[in-house]
Design a protein around this ligand. Structure first.
Ligand SMILES: C[S@@+](CC[C@H](N)C(=O)[O-])C[C@H]1O[C@@H](n2cnc3c(N)ncnc32)[C@H](O)[C@@H]1O
Length: 317
């Protein structure tokens, strides 16, 4: 039996993944339980180290199996677990990036303050992976609107919309307040994080799979962007919350026909190729001068007529 698209499936991910054919999913994203004794409604988040790692290896290998040759596997976790995941994934897929998502957590005492989560980005094959560069708006001062980055004398070369994102993301905030989270879910991710990842790795109509869907973040992001989704979740309370939220989305988030990630009415992520059409690059002052000189070469002191003595030169010197 195969799984239908655009559904939240209630059940254990290993059992459900077994029904998905090889090479059939464009992108797999996983945000598994962190084994930190978080208080989920049903799942007991406290396994022995060996049990946790053996279990993680099983679903990681399954995710690689179901991913298409052009597809990617993205896994979110704390750095400690990602080091183990990378050792497993290095045997089955190809490392692309470790994305550091700057999201402050609580001081643990006698350690460096953990200030980022990681997202491992692996591709199924070494070549031919689908990938799009992403732009985010230039960072500005909240009070005066001035650019926070000093572009020095190169301001006229700035992209009119924003900068190309690197592997360090500081502009997407964690959902800190419990009133902004879904009832009973201790670690819901922000939609904008998933929208950026999905814009970066898929096209409209592609299929995104999340084996630990929680209250639906990945599926909602996929639907917002006109992608298909398959979400698996063990807990009936979270599965219902996810399905109810998904039913309320009637159309994708488009900005002048281009799928984008919007936050508070502004574009937060857009593909570079779409930004190029929506926000054509302004000419730099050097380019402007060059174009002016081309249009009126005499104003630049250049001859436009062939010099008479050129005819008198021997044809081969
Ligand atoms: C870290 S949370 C994911 C949160 C999700 N990214 C969101 O934004 O809502 C992990 C989820 O995995 C679910 N889970 C745990 N074990 C599972 C399993 N074997 N199969 C499917 N889901 C599981 C938990 O119930 C929990 O909702």
């Amino acid at each position: 039996m195969t799984l239908s698209l655009d559904q939240v499936i209630l059940g254990d991910c290993l059992e459900k993944l077994a029904n998905i054919p090889d090479n059939s999913i464009d992108v797999c994203f996983a945000d598994p339980p962190f084994n930190l004794d978080k208080k989920y409604a049903t799942y007991d988040d406290q396994k022995s180290l060996d049990d946790y790692l053996a279990w993680c290896e099983k679903w990681l290998v399954e995710l690689v199996r179901v991913t298409k040759p052009t597809g990617s596997i993205l896994v979110h976790n704390i750095p400690k677990w990602l080091t183990y995941y990378a050792a497993i994934l290095n045997k089955h897929a190809h490392f692309r990036h470790w994305i550091a998502w700057d999201a402050m957590s609580t001081p643990l005492g006698k350690t460096l303050l953990p200030a980022h989560y990681g997202i491992l980005f692996y591709s199924k094959q070494a070549k031919g992976t689908k990938f799009y560069e992403i732009r985010a708006p230039h960072k500005t001062c909240r009070e005066c609107g001035a650019y926070l980055k000093d572009y020095g004398g190169k301001k006229d070369q700035m992209h009119p919309f924003g900068y190309l994102v690197s592997d360090v993301w500081t502009d997407i905030h964690r959902i800190r307040h419990s009133k902004r989270r879904d009832e009973e879910h201790p670690c819901q991710l922000p939609i904008h994080l998933l929208e950026r990842l999905i814009l970066m790795t898929t096209d409209a109509g592609d299929v995104v799979l999340d084996p630990f869907l929680g209250t639906g973040t990945t599926a909602i992001a996929a639907k917002n962007l006109g992608r298909h989704y398959i979400g698996i979740e063990l807990d009936p309370i979270y599965e219902k919350i996810a399905s109810d939220k998904l039913a309320k989305i009637t159309k994708p988030t488009l900005y002048q026909d281009y799928p984008v990630s919007m936050y508070l009415g502004k574009i937060q992520s857009i593909r570079d190729c779409d930004a190029a059409k929506l926000f054509p690059k302004q000419l730099t002052s050097t380019e402007k001068k060059r174009q002016k000189a081309k249009a009126d070469p005499q104003a630049n002191g250049h001859h436009t007529e062939p010099l008479p003595f050129l005819d008198e030169l021997p044809s081969a010197i």
